[in-house]
Design a protein around this ligand. Structure first.
Ligand SMILES: *[C@@H]1O[C@H](CO)[C@@H](O)[C@H](O)[C@H]1NC(C)=O
Ligand SMILES: [Zn+2]
Length: 666
């Protein structure tokens, strides 16, 4: 601080001493608004700045338009550094226009010993098209690209700094190329720490307040928030007949790609919605989407420290991170995908019973008194019970495939035994949606991680792949209405940062298509004769021993394959109702099938009456912490810690100054 003050004083004295009229502000001297000292008279010299060597002129002048007097001053400045890296900062967006625009200020064209100024309309067009990119990375529009201050109109004799780029293009074509719909979502393909993850989600929700919000479902064992970002036309509430879908990632802390993909997906949904992308708007308008990028933030922290240390042991010859188990478990070293109640064994043991069910199986009391229930597991169980989810995927890493329940083998001694659910066909269809829209999952040219799954189209029954007990997908299916699949995103559990962009491209279409797949099958309302929805009514499909129940308002969703189905709705105290449904193969929306149930006569026939779902279902929570997620936004619940964006330290360190003008003020 003291040093700075002295320097400032020196500069002040110098300027009083040397300048007869008044001190020149940046850019003024060159316009003759103040008198420069003799040795600073502008002179034309060749353009020698590496980042500006493709400008449509060969001679520049110092001082430049921001008052930098020497080539060395420019090269050491934050302004010049920014131009040199803007391409990678914005992921190639608006490149090279931004760089050339900046060069026209830092290395302005010189003519007859005088600088000429770049045109304002060119600056304004670039700004319209590219400002959004700066917003995305929380960077302010750089002051030296201020169109009013450093650029001038045609009448004042300006030149077009982008001339070299355009070739034959006319000004009309330029205008067309800056239409707002041209701008695309800009994402930063970097890893996010836990704090960065939370801030990114909150900022995304703040950017799209009409369609997004964040909420937290609980805490990890070390106290980190398990934060979800939700997208829907009415964030925070279930809309009648609108299906709910979720993605859960990073359940294994060392499987980091899914976590990043969900952060990118959140930003993509928000920004594409705002840009008017019809597909994203249709999806968000008709679906409630929940993304939990990290179910295991404690494990991730351990794994990412390991990945950063990057000791030789952790990388194979291709530089791939191989740390296999470090950070897989949570803070208590519990593998969360073995920690759910094993309802699959219960389903298997009842196979020969008359009222054999594979749905809404209660959690046995023994679960709570047996092994430790991790707080992450508990939080997710609460979450999936409190929202009527229809479809879900859990994102993992280490292989490249989609697996579907059951994950537990039906034979205790067989580790690789095909163990289908009653919904085998539905699950296969859903698995294919992801695998087929993934860029490489079904391709025979893809290098397999271990076994080659491309012959099976990249999909496999979980138990056939390898049997696990206490997994999350089986729990979803056997305890709730939700169908959950497991996506293995690739061989690398923790891919190098420079591969993240490619990984996003590989998965983007698959992630979107899978969300859209929640609109397959049928949906509708089960009502009484007064048109009131019946909660907890049972939807059965002939030939599939897995029932679905209606949500709060009597609405239901039944994922189904195309074809003819016999569907029955029943509820205690009502006469059951049956419908024959034909689902065409190319149906884009769920078929609407409503039921109106008549009150049952008192002399009820035993067969017309459904055994009620066991009341033990209600006993889920022995710790009595069950609550609905009418939760307030995380953002509302405290002051967000202001954190500098990821690129900040780069500029501050490289130039030794704190260029605060780069920070966007929200
Ligand atoms: C989605 O909903 C918004 C708000 O109601 C509406 O403005 C927009 O046109 C809708 N988009 C599509 C594609 O349906
Ligand atoms: Zn995993």
């Amino acid at each position: 601080m003291a040093v700075k003050a002295v320097l400032f004083l020196n500069a002040l004295i110098a300027s009083i001493w040397c300048a007869p009229s008044r001190r020149c502000e940046p850019g003024e001297e060159i316009l003759g608004w103040c008198k420069p000292p003799v040795e600073h008279k502008p002179k034309c010299s060749e353009v020698v700045l590496g980042s500006c060597d493709d400008m449509p002129y060969t001679h520049t002048v110092f001082p430049n338009l921001v008052g930098q007097r020497h080539r060395e001053d420019v090269e050491a400045s934050v302004e010049y550094l920014l131009l040199s890296v803007v391409r990678s900062l914005l992921n190639g967006e608006c490149s090279p226009e931004l760089r050339m625009l900046g060069c026209s200020v830092l290395a302005p064209r010189c003519q007859d010993g005088r600088p000429t100024r770049p045109c304002r309309h060119v600056c304004e067009a670039v700004r319209r098209r590219c400002e959004h990119g700066f917003d995305t990375i929380r960077m302010a529009w750089p002051y030296f690209l201020d169109c009013d201050r450093f650029f001038v109109s045609e009448e004042e004799g300006c030149y077009d700094p982008l001339e070299g780029l355009r070739g034959e293009e006319t000004p009309e074509m330029l205008a067309a190329s800056v239409a707002p719909q041209e701008s695309a979502t800009i994402l930063q393909f970097v890893y996010h720490t836990h704090t960065q993850l939370l801030n990114t989600l909150k900022r995304t929700a703040a950017h799209c307040p009409d369609i997004a919000r964040t909420y937290t479902i609980g805490r990890s064992s070390e106290g980190k928030d398990l934060t979800v970002i939700e997208f829907s036309s009415n964030p925070g509430q279930h809309d009648i007949l609108e299906p709910e879908v979720k993605y859960v990632a990073n359940m294994h802390g060392n499987e980091a790609l899914g976590r990043e993909l969900l952060i990118y997906l959140a930003q993509y949904l928000c920004s594409e919605y705002l840009l008017g992308n019809a597909r994203v708007q249709t999806l968000v308008n008709s679906t409630r989407i929940h993304l939990l990028p990290s179910m295991n933030p404690d494990g991730y922290e351990i794994a990412s420290a390991e990945a950063q240390q990057g000791g030789d042991i952790d990388y194979d010859e291709e530089g791939r991170y191989e740390g296999f188990m470090t950070g897989r478990g949570n803070g208590q070293n519990i593998d969360l995908n073995r920690n759910f109640p094993d309802l699959t064994s219960i389903a298997y043991s009842r196979r020969r019973h008359r009222y054999y069910r594979t749905d809404h199986i209660p959690i046995p009391d023994a679960y709570w008194f047996g092994k430790t229930v991790a707080p992450e597991t508990y939080a997710v169980m609460k979450w999936i019970r409190s929202i009527p989810f229809v479809l879900s995927a859990s994102l993992h890493g280490g292989d490249l495939l989609v697996s579907y329940p059951y994950d537990l083998s039906k034979h205790p001694q067989e580790e690789n035994l095909m163990s289908p659910t009653p919904d085998e066909q539905v699950f296969k269809q859903l698995a294919r949606v992801y695998a087929d829209s993934h860029r490489t999952m079904t391709s025979h040219h893809t290098e397999p991680c271990g076994s080659d799954f491309t012959d099976r189209g990249g999909i496999i029954n979980g138990a056939q792949w390898y049997s696990i007990r206490g997994g999350m997908a089986d729990f979803n299916y056997l305890h709730t209405n939700c169908f959950e699949l497991t996506v293995e995103l690739g061989c690398d559990k923790f891919p190098p940062e420079e591969e993240l962009y490619n990984d996003w491209q590989d998965n983007k279409e698959a992630l979107l298509s899978f969300l859209e797949a929640v609109h397959r099958g049928i949906k509708g309302l089960v009502m009484d004769e007064e048109g009131r929805g019946i909660k907890g009514a049972v939807i059965s499909v002939k030939g599939i021993r897995h029932d679905i129940t209606t949500a709060e308002n009597g609405d239901y969703w039944r994922l189904l394959t195309p074809g003819i189905h016999i569907v029955t709705a029943s509820a205690r105290g009502y006469v059951r109702s049956m419908k024959k449904v034909y689902l065409p193969a190319r149906l884009q929306k769920a078929g609407r099938v409503d039921f109106t149930l008549k009150k049952a006569p008192l002399d009820l026939d035993e067969d017309d009456y459904v055994p009620a779902i066991p009341s033990t279902y209600e006993r889920f929570d022995p710790y009595n912490q069950f609550a609905r997620y009418n939760v307030r936004d995380v953002a509302e619940s405290g002051i967000e810690r202001q954190e500098n964006p990821w690129w900040w330290s780069y500029f501050a360190r490289s130039t030794g100054t704190a260029p605060n003008w780069l920070l966007k003020v929200d």
